[in-house]
Design a protein around this ligand. Structure first.
Ligand SMILES: Nc1ncnc2c1ncn2[C@@H]1O[C@H](COP(=O)(O)OP(=O)(O)OP(=O)(O)O)[C@@H](O)[C@H]1O
Length: 338
């Protein structure tokens, strides 16, 4: 549905996009995930047509909308945007906000009620925006973006102004609404949890480039480099020595490698806290607890001083000061830049 190739965009001396490629299949929700200032919003604006690209092409549903000598303006790209805060028309009812971009036959055909139901706002059509909570306003903004069945919906940090509890429900409901409507969407976020819980695919962006693009679980389990590993979740990078093609020696013993060993010799391996499971033994000392309700992060220290984290469920939490052994679950990814 979207094929962007070699996008470049500078603002004076700042290179905001540096040869960005991004493809999104029909019906897919792709998160563009990256830290502040990496170019996410610029990428959205180039796709939507609010910015002209300096180089590269954007093809939407088979049609070139940006290329050398071509710049199709935003209203002719038919892409819709859900901004950070809904930007609803304050003097229009919910129905009129959602129906704004629709022709008369679509409005009469019940599309407004259909998309309001999809976002969980059955019965709200006659309210005014100021009679809605922040979360409900964002739901209306999503309904409005879905209503004309655009080729692509762009969600620009749509939940960032909402509190944490509300965000969780909204993510789930908006993901379900996009899916039920068969929409193709890009979600821009700097929130790893949001990207992982909502998106089918994640494109990780750093300093104007997409540094990894894959299925969400792949990006989390098999990050392309240590920076991505640390950016998408809690990561420990443990010094290790390649033992053979399939295993590596670490302070936690010999561990199976995920993928090929690559370079021989000294490496670092990626461990996630949920891969470490406490057992009987005296490999590590528990130094602290970080309680999260559904689980606890244990701060650990190995005999050589190496700090580690293990994520455990409540009933198995060893106390601070305890000596424990550690089982490592699953394989580890090695990085050759030790
Ligand atoms: N209109 C502009 N003029 C000058 N520089 C800009 C402009 N818009 C963006 N930039 C710069 O381009 C770079 C990328 O900005 P962009 O807003 O795309 O990042 P972002 O990843 O969306 O950040 P955030 O998450 O903070 O919104 C930044 O260095 C930013 O300062």
């Amino acid at each position: 549905m979207l094929d962007a190739q070699g996008l470049r965009k500078s603002y004076g001396p700042v290179l905001a996009l540096d040869a960005v490629d991004l493809t999104v299949e029909k019906g897919d929700l792709t998160a563009v995930l990256g830290p502040s200032g990496c170019g996410k919003t610029t990428l959205l604006r180039c796709v939507a047509g609010f910015e002209r690209v300096d180089a590269g092409t954007v093809t939407l549903d088979g049609r070139a909308v940006a290329a050398a000598g071509t710049h199709v303006p935003p209203h002719r790209r038919h892409v819709t945007v859900v901004p950070q805060e809904g930007a609803l028309f304050p003097h229009f009812s919910v129905r009129d906000n959602v129906g704004y971009g629709l022709d008369r036959s679509a409005r009469r055909g019940g599309r407004v009620d259909e998309v309001l139901a999809l976002v969980g706002l059955d019965g709200y059509a006659d309210r005014m925006p100021h009679q809605l909570s922040g979360g409900q306003q964002q739901r209306v903004a999503v309904a409005r973006a879905l209503a004309p069945r655009p080729p692509l919906v762009l969600l620009d940090e749509p939940f960032s102004a909402l509190d944490a509890t509300l965000r969780t429900d909204l993510r789930r409901d908006i993901r379900a609404a996009l899916r039920a409507d068969g929409a193709t969407a890009i979600l821009v976020t700097h929130d790893q949890g949001e990207a992982l819980s909502m998106a089918d695919h994640i494109a990780v962006m750093r300093a104007g480039r997409i540094v990894q693009h894959g299925q969400s679980n792949q990006v989390y389990e098999d990050p392309a480099d240590p920076w991505i590993a640390e950016f998408v979740g809690e990561a420990m990078l443990l010094p290790a020595t390649i033992a053979n093609a399939t295993t590596v020696d670490t302070a936690l013993g010999r561990l199976p490698l995920r993928g090929a060993a690559g370079a021989a010799g000294r490496v670092r391996v990626l461990l996630r806290p949920e891969q470490l499971s406490p057992t009987d033994g005296d490999l590590a000392e528990v130094t602290r607890h970080e309680y999260h309700g559904h689980d606890t992060l244990l701060g650990l220290r190995l005999a050589d001083g190496t700090p580690l984290l293990a994520r455990v469920m409540g009933q198995r939490t060893p106390p601070v000061g305890a000596s424990i052994g550690l089982d490592v679950l699953g394989a580890v990814r090695a990085y050759g830049d030790a």
